[in-house]
Structures are given as structure tokens and as C-alpha cells.
Design a protein around this ligand. Structure first.
Ligand SMILES: Cc1ncc(COP(=O)(O)O)c(C=O)c1O
Length: 481
């Protein structure tokens, strides 16, 4: 059955419940229906082309043009073994992908637990951290019992370890939508409808420096952030916290890069209080900042990495939790296991697709391309700083945000009503109309987020900046009129 654009419109409105979408908002307007993609471009059901400067959802890292090759890998896997589970079983593609991911991940991040996406990865990381301390405690009790003199006080001490179950994340950070991941989320608007959430998460300051006092040095800023983290740990009770979960570069709020010394300080604090450090690399993993993992770029040394999106360039629904040998160690006791699993974790077809994606990334030298072009991309985007509405251009790799301000001198931001009319009333529809897909976002201060496929070249960068420049110039006029 081949449906026309008109049929699709009606069926979409009648049946398809879209995610994070004001479904009543369409009225007589058309639902955007994307029908095909190639390279960095998409085409809708009316034949109109768009430059996808968001790579789907920060995720189609190799672009849309590899369907044939990846489809062939999926087909071969379908023929050989369309499904089998990772529950007490293995199969070749999951083994190969786990080994490949371990070889790309920094340090001794060697243990790979597959899931179906980013939320599940975050959910699984928190569960892993909770159970890690339990299993670790049990191991200590067994060790104390096995001591030759069988000392009563060391057994009691081992058996009365407080339960570590709390997590710490950062304000305005997005980490997914399942209840655990949502609880880790720092965006009030998407948390509020679902409260009470999973106990207990507290949020610390993110690395947004744009609104800090201009006289504050980078070292002072770092010290302030680390002090906030440490004070929060102390207030929660360090012996009750199992996880600090943060993105190397925070997306939500607009590409907050870390100040100098920040990650080394976070690592040191986590080590000092014996808390597992988890890097959410759902966006930054697999090339977005020019490295397989941003943890490598910033030398973070996390205990856990959560990843998804770029692992398959979103050609498949697959994510992974990557843990160090140390985190897995207590689970290697013959009587213990990580009490967690999902049917589709490590699905063979998804693994075959992810393997092919990584092969393509290596062959096309995607990391090298991002590192070579990131400076050029940034310089092009920075020309937009000439516009009165553009306050800041920040980010790294192929991952940028442009913060929009009411007053460039004072860095005053727009009110909620002004954001509504600026972003939803004008900018988002205007950019879409002009054939550019990017995201205007006001989960923090208003920003335009730009995160194209990692195969984008200078022609695409010029097109992005050209369309953005025109739309933002018009936005400046409207907001000062
Ligand atoms: C940093 C981060 N973590 C987790 C998630 C959740 O991933 P998913 O939408 O695949 O569940 C996202 C999604 O955008 C994300 O950006």
C-alpha cells in the first residue's frame, strides 16, 4: 500500500501520538512528514528539502546516506540469526560489538552491557551503581567472615555499611524519560508532571559560565562548581550516595563545556567519597566532539559511560552501559549477578548495525574530519555574534549552541512570554520554512542548538550559518520593534 501525502496527514493526525508534541497544536496545519534522507539532507512528503543541522536528535552521526550498506549488514544478520537474547547467553554480534566498544572506550572501561537506548542506559547505570555497593558490601562481609581470627567488630562493620542509593546530576541536564532517568533529569518542566520521582536525586550547578560575573576567573568558577558538588554530597550524606551522573558537555541549556580543571576535580571528589562517576555520553559518544568518547578528550576517567544514539548513528535502537573492570569485579563472584535485563538488550540485528556503523566511521575517518573542521565550523558560527540578538556561541566539535539575549551588554535574557513568541512564534517555524532543521530551546536560557551529521562539510556549514543569519537578523528586528 502506498499512501499519498494527504492520506498520511490524516492518518498521522488520527493515530500517531508523537513524542514531546503539542498534538492539539496542528489544527489545520500540516504535521511535518519526513520521507527520505541522504547525507545531511532530509525530504518531506511535499518534496521539500531540509538541511538537518540536528542530525535527527544529535544522533545520525554518519548522515542519512548509508542505508544500503547498513541494510545489507542487517539483512545478513536477519538471515543468520534474527534474534537471540543476552540473558545467560551470548551470540557473535553482541560479543564482537562489546569487544569493539571496549577497544574504543578509554582506560579500563572494558565491560559492556547493551540496552535499547539512552534512557535505558541511564536507568541501568543508576541501578548498576546501587547494586554495585550492595554486592561490594556482601563481599566485604564474606571476607570478614573468612578472616582466620573471625573478628566480630570487622564483621559487624562490614554488615552495617549504609545503603548507597542516591544520585547527583546537574541543573537543566536532560538524561531521558523513564522514571529513573527522569529522576536524574534536571529539567523541572518535564519532571513536575510525574512527581514523586525515584528517591533521591539532587542537582548541582552546571558549567554555564555566560551569566557568571565577568570578573570571575576560570579557576574561581571551577572552584565554585566543585565546592557546590562537595557541599551537596556532604548534605546528602556521602555514605548514601552511589552515583554522580553528568554529560562531559551538557547539551540542555546549550552546550556547556567544562572549565579547566573541572573534570579532574569531579573525579577527585568522587574518588574521595567512594562514589561512582558516570559520564552520560549518549550525545557526546561516537564522534560528536571529535573523539570516540568525550571522556577521552577531557581525560575524565569515569567508572561508567552511558551511550546510545551515535553507537549506531541511530540506524538501530541500541545503547550501552560501559563499565570499568573495577565496577564489574564484585559481580564476577560466582554467586552474584547484576539483577537487570531487557529482552532487546544486545539484539543481534541492532549489534550488526552498530558494528557496521563503527566500521563506516573508521573508514570515512569521521573523528579526524570533526577535529580538522571544528575550528572552521566555530569560526563560521561566531560571525553570527555580529547580530544584536546573539549573545554567545559555545560548544566544541560538531556540537554548538547560540544563546539569544535581549541585551548584549547586560546579557539580560528574554522573559518566558518573549521566549514563547521568539522561539515558538517566530524562530522555529521560520528556520523550518527556510529549510533548516535545528532546535530552538528554552529549557534553560533561550538557545539555538546545532549538531549536524559528522560528515557535514564546509558547504553545509555555510548553508547553516546563512539561514541562521537571516532568521536571527529578522528575530532581532522583531524583538526590538
Ligand atoms: C544526554 C542524554 N542522555 C540520555 C538521553 C535519553 O536517550 P533516549 O532518548 O535514547 O532514551 C538523551 C536523549 O536525548 C540525552 O541527550
Amino acid at each position: 500500500m502506498s499512501l499519498t501525502g494527504v492520506d498520511l496527514q490524516k492518518l498521522a493526525k488520527d493515530h500517531l501520538w508523537m513524542h514531546f508534541t503539542r498534538m492539539g497544536g496542528y489544527g489545520t496545519a500540516e504535521v511535518p512528514i519526513i520521507v527520505r534522507g541522504d547525507g545531511c539532507y532530509l525530504e518531506d512528503s511535499n518534496g521539500k528539502r531540509y538541511l538537518d543541522a540536528l542530525a535527527g536528535l544529535f544522533s545520525v552521526n554518519i548522515g542519512y546516506g548509508h542505508g544500503e550498506e547498513i541494510g545489507q549488514a542487517a539483512l545478513e544478520q536477519m538471515r543468520e540469526l534474527p534474534f537471540y537474547t543476552n540473558w545467560a547467553n551470548a551470540h557473535p554480534r553482541a560479543i564482537e560489538l562489546a569487544a569493539e566498544v571496549a577497544s574504543l572506550a578509554p582506560g579500563d572501561l572494558n565491560r559492556v552491557f547493551f540496552v535499547s537506548g539512552g534512557s535505558e542506559a541511564v536507568e541501568s547505570a543508576w541501578k548498576l551503581a546501587r547494586q554495585y555497593y550492595l554486592v561490594h558490601g556482601e563481599k566485604k562481609v564474606r571476607a570478614a567472615l573468612a578472616e582466620p581470627e573471625n573478628r566480630h567488630d570487622s564483621i559487624v562493620a562490614a554488615a552495617h555499611q549504609p545503603h548507597r542509593y542516591k544520585a547527583i546530576a546537574r541543573h537543566i541536564a536532560y538524561h531521558g524519560t523513564t522514571m529513573g532517568a527522569l529522576s536524574i533529569n534536571g529539567i523541572n518542566a518535564i519532571r513536575a508532571p510525574f512527581e514523586p520521582l525515584v528517591p533521591e536525586v539532587r542537582h548541582v550547578r552546571n558549567t554555564n559560565r555566560y551569566h557568571r560575573p565577568p570578573e570571575e576567573t576560570e579557576a574561581e568558577f571551577t572552584a565554585m562548581l566543585l565546592d557546590d558538588l562537595e557541599q551537596t554530597i556532604l548534605a546528602m550524606g556521602p555514605e548514601t550516595v552511589c552515583l554522580v551522573h553528568m554529560e562531559p558537555v551538557q547539551n540542555s541549556g546549550g552546550c556547556f563545556t567544562p572549565p579547566l580543571g573541572y573534570w579532574q576535580g569531579v573525579r577527585e571528589i568522587c574518588t574521595r567519597y567512594d562514589i561512582l562517576l558516570s559520564c552520560d555520553e549518549v550525545i557526546t559518544g561516537f564522534g560528536r566532539v571529535g573523539y570516540w568518547f568525550a571522556s577521552e578528550r577531557y581525560d575524565i576517567k569515569p567508572d561508567i559511560i552511558t551511550s546510545a544514539k551515535g553507537l549506531s548513528s541511530s540506524y538501530a535502537a541500541i545503547g550501552a552501559v560501559i563499565a570499568t573492570d573495577r565496577v564489574m569485579e564484585p559481580f564476577l563472584e560466582s554467586s552474584s549477578m547484576y539483577t537487570h535485563g531487557i529482552t532487546f538488550g544486545g539484539h543481534p540485528v541492532m549489534c550488526a548495525i552498530a558494528l557496521k556503523n563503527i566500521e563506516i566511521m573508521k573508514r570515512e575517518k569521521v573523528m579526524e574530519h570533526v577535529r580538522e573542521k571544528e575550528g572552521i565550523f566555530r569560526a563560521k558560527l561566531e560571525t553570527l555574534l555580529d547580530l544584536p540578538i546573539v549573545g554567545d556561541v559555545r560548544g566544541t566539535g560538531f556540537f554548538y549552541a547560540i544563546e539569544l539575549v535581549k541585551n548584549k551588554e547586560t546579557r539580560e535574557t528574554f522573559s518566558a512570554e518573549e521566549c514563547e513568541s521568539l522561539l515558538r512564534g517566530y524562530l522555529s517555524p521560520a528556520l523550518f520554512e527556510a529549510g533548516l532543521i535545528c532546535r530552538s530551546d528554552d529549557r534553560g536560557d533561550p538557545v539555538v542548538q546545532i549538531s549536524p551529521p559528522l560528515v557535514a562539510g564546509e558547504a553545509e556549514m555555510d548553508e547553516i550559518v546563512g539561514i541562521l543569519g537571516d532568521a536571527l537578523a529578522e528575530a532581532s528586528r522583531r524583538m526590538t520593534a
